[in-house]
Ligand binder design. Sequence first.
Ligand code: ATP
Ligand code: MG
Length: 289
Amino acid sequence: MKIDPEEFQVQPGTKVDLDKWATRMKPFYKSEKGYKELLAADVGELSDLQKLLYASNSHSLLLIFQAMDAAGKDGVIGHVLTGINPQGCEVHGFKQPSVEESQHDFLWRTTCRLAVRGKICVFNRSYYEEVLVVRVHPKSLGKEGVSEVIRPKDSFWKERFRSIVELERHLDTNNTRVLKFFLHLSKDEQRKRFLKRIDEPDKNWKFSEADIAERELWDAYMKAYEHCLGATSTKAAPWHVVPADDKLNARLIVSRIVIEALRNLKMSYPLMTLERRAELQEIRKKLAT
Ligand code: ATP
Ligand code: MG
């Protein structure tokens, strides 16, 4: 299976038109069995790479997932990271900010969740909500102390993009590899998934009227995503637009991109010096007697 991460990357400085990005493509698997085998192989490799990440203690990895409702963020996170030692991975979800969180600058609540070196950190939603849902509902800026700005000008969002790009550049120079994924779902596929949530009793709990209200604002969300992806995809922290109408294929694409990025970190297990090996032999002798 050859998946080229570049194919899904938003090139820095380009304008994004999401209609031109596929929500479905020819799948990388041939059957459900084939999918399971491919994913299992990736999960095994990811687990090995995470061990190396931990042992080399030089880098961390930040994976950011953004999408419309029902695009499959939870499924991607669950299936792709399933083989990783739970001690090597942290997942944080970001919903509506609490009063305390809104009292801080808009990056605070997420940056204080960043992982230590050696770990994989996943953000299920992130500070990007501050230029997406907040852009679609600018009134919520009132909670953030910018109440006089009812309809903020483009320059307001540009400043936010700049803060984000600078943060991610800082993370990159300090050995946190940042990879961002937009799970690109079509409006029709979202409709089908919502219908399933209503029709299948064991999925009823997933259904929320609030999701329908956001769906009505689909075009405004797509515009906000287009601005955001174009302004914040950088070499240090690239955005990937992942066709998400096929959940299984989306998982394979994400796992390959993560594997590729970890391989490129060129990590290695700590080298033992001759002195250290001699010390270990001394300790061994004592233990053996
Ligand atoms: P799921 O639906 O799979 O449980 P979810 O991430 O959609 O996952 P919800 O509780 O349904 O979780 O929704 C969280 C909501 O919080 C989303 O609509 C999101 O846009 C919103 N949200 C996240 N961050 C912010 C923010 N900074 N300001 C305002 N709303 C936010
Ligand atoms: Mg939701």
